[in-house]
Ligand binder design. Structure first.
Ligand SMILES: [Zn+2]
Length: 68
């Protein structure tokens, strides 16, 4: 059984600052932004729940290579 709240340690893609996140897995896959407390840049977080492995996969990017 997957824990509902998981602690993840991530690294800011802009400045390398380490952040601790608590992610809520009850809502399923999520795609959201968080702000780095060190450099105030947006961090794009993409959470995917792998139901086979019962694991949370978290993809992080700086979102600076988006083409509009
Ligand atoms: Zn940062």
């Amino acid at each position: 059984m997957l824990e509902e709240l998981q602690q993840k340690r991530i690294e800011c893609p802009h400045c390398g600052h380490h952040l601790h996140l608590v992610i809520d897995t009850t809502g399923g896959d999520q795609d959201y932004y968080d702000e780095c407390p060190a450099c105030c840049c947006d961090i794009h977080l993409n959470m995917h729940i792998n139901e086979v492995e019962q694991e949370v996969e978290l993809a992080i990017d700086a979102d600076d290579e988006q083409v509009f």
